[in-house]
Design a protein around this ligand. Structure first.
Ligand code: ATP
Ligand code: MG
Length: 434
């Protein structure tokens, strides 16, 4: 059985013109995905009957299994989702006396007058099933139509979430997912480009409908979102583990974590395990590495600090890079990266130092030193490693990739694995270079 398909709509003029960010749509989409549904699309609709009818009609005509719509169930004139649902299904709205009674009670309990609009909130399409009402507000409802299940939820974030959890989730687990369960996990990869990951995984890519793989790329990291569906939870988990094992064997040491842990989090653990400290010397990343590290609370336990040496003069003055090396090799070179890392390690008195020097662009590139060329140095107590990377993209992307790659180089150095990127030996290695 293939994964049930879903579409998600949220309704509200304030969401269309972005006076308010839509938080409900993404949250619902994630929750649907987590139970093994495939979310085909997600859209924001205005408080306008015609627009809602047209969107719903299209989804129903496409026989989407689950059509979820959130918002526009309030007591106001502009809350039009009920009418739109009824119109798109070609059925009447009718009053649900129980809901009306409960809503009226709710106002009276709070010592408030019952507003006129309350009757509208108690209307629902004929044959609709009323969902449990969260915190006494207008309840959502479910209508079945041939293959599709149309679900209307309140729009306010907390109410939408509660209504989905209590009223929709149990039903979807039973009916739409055909009793199947889904096991999910995330593999986090650093230091490889998406294209390299895809190439590496091609031979072991599962070709079963029941197993899904999604890529998500952010700031130089790639998340592989994996899910496996089966009748039995153990079977789903087993399938998932098989995929994880295959992927890990193809990606070598580039998988730095499984689950939520960040690259800096993993690095922090490795450093703490040795009771080691880290320092940074940055040129083209202008402090991004320091920022990434200090995003982690508790970073002071292992991170001593960093310097931003953008000019050659400061590479010399603050880090002790030899003027001669700068002149001979240029600021963007393996030699300078190594010397920056070593100088940083000594002067900031850390066990490990990482350095970055590169050309973030858009200007400043040449034939032998193009934009995107970045050298990363890692100075350890008894060795210095340098990696050469060439990143594509705009300035910001190059800087983000560089910062991630720098953290990844430190992690790999600590794990004593092969460095990523092409390892280069400086032309005249200093004695401590290796
Ligand atoms: P309800 O059916 O819960 O009454 P509604 O759309 O009819 O929903 P509104 O008064 O428009 O009710 O929305 C309630 C609050 O929730 C408003 O502050 C609104 O901006 C916010 N809200 C509605 N939809 C979303 C959404 N998708 N994401 C974030 N906030 C939302
Ligand atoms: Mg609204």
């Amino acid at each position: 059985m293939s994964a049930p398909e879903a579409v998600v709509f949220v309704v509200g003029d304030e969401l269309v013109d972005a006076r308010r960010n839509d938080t409900v749509g993404p949250a619902l989409a994630r929750r649907l995905e987590s139970i093994g549904c495939h979310v085909r699309s997600r859209s924001v609709l205005p408080d306008n009957v015609q627009a809602i009818v047209s969107a719903l009609t299209q989804a129903l005509a496409a026989e989407i299994d689950i059509v979820l719509i959130a918002g526009g169930l309030g007591p106001h004139e502009d809350d039009r989702t009920r009418e739109a649902v009824a119109q798109s299904l070609g059925i009447e709205l009718e009053l649900d006396p129980k809901t009306l009674h409960r809503l009226e009670e709710n106002y009276r309990d709070r010592g408030r007058d019952v507003p006129e609009g309350v009757r509208r909130q108690a209307l629902r399409p004929r044959d609709a099933e009323t969902l449990p009402s969260p915190s006494g507000t207008a309840p959502g409802f479910i209508v079945r139509r041939q293959r599709s299940l149309l679900v209307a939820l309140p729009g306010a974030p907390r109410e939408a979430d509660e209504s989905f959890t209590r009223g929709v989730l149990p039903l979807l687990r039973r009916s739409v997912a055909g009793g199947q369960t889904t096991a999910t996990t995330v593999l986090r990869v650093a230091g490889l480009l998406a294209a390299d990951v895809q190439r590496a995984l091609a031979p072991v890519m599962p070709n079963s409908e029941a197993v899904r793989v999604n890529y998500l790329e952010t700031g130089g990291e790639i998340e592989l979102l994996l899910s496996a569906r089966a009748q039995d939870p153990d079977e789903a988990q087993q399938q998932l583990e098989q995929v994880v094992a295959n992927f890990e064997s193809r990606l070598g040491g580039h998988v730095f974590a499984r689950g939520k842990q960040s690259l800096t989090g993993v690095l922090a653990e490795l450093l703490r395990a040795r009771a080691w400290t880290l320092a940074s010397a940055e040129s083209c990343t202008g402090g991004l590495i320091g920022k990434r590290i200090t995003d982690l609370s508790g970073a002071s336990e292992f991170y001593v600090g960093g310097v931003i040496t953008y000019s050659d003069e400061h590479k010399v003055r603050l880090l002790g890079v030899a003027e001669d090396t700068l002149e001979r090799c240029g600021a963007v070179s393996a030699e300078v990266a190594a010397s920056m890392a070593q100088g940083c390690r000594e002067r900031l008195r850390a066990h490990v130092a990482v350095s970055v020097t590169g050309i973030a662009g858009p200007g400043g590139g040449s034939a032998d030193k193009p934009v995107g060329l970045v050298y990363i140095g890692v100075a350890l107590p008894d060795a210095t490693r340098v990696a050469r990377h060439t990143f594509g993209g705009e300035r910001d992307a190059i800087r983000q990739w560089s910062a991630t790659a720098a953290l990844e180089e430190v992690r790999r150095a600590l794990k004593d694995m092969d460095t990523l990127g092409q390892r280069v030996e400086p032309s005249e290695p200093a004695t401590s270079l290796r």
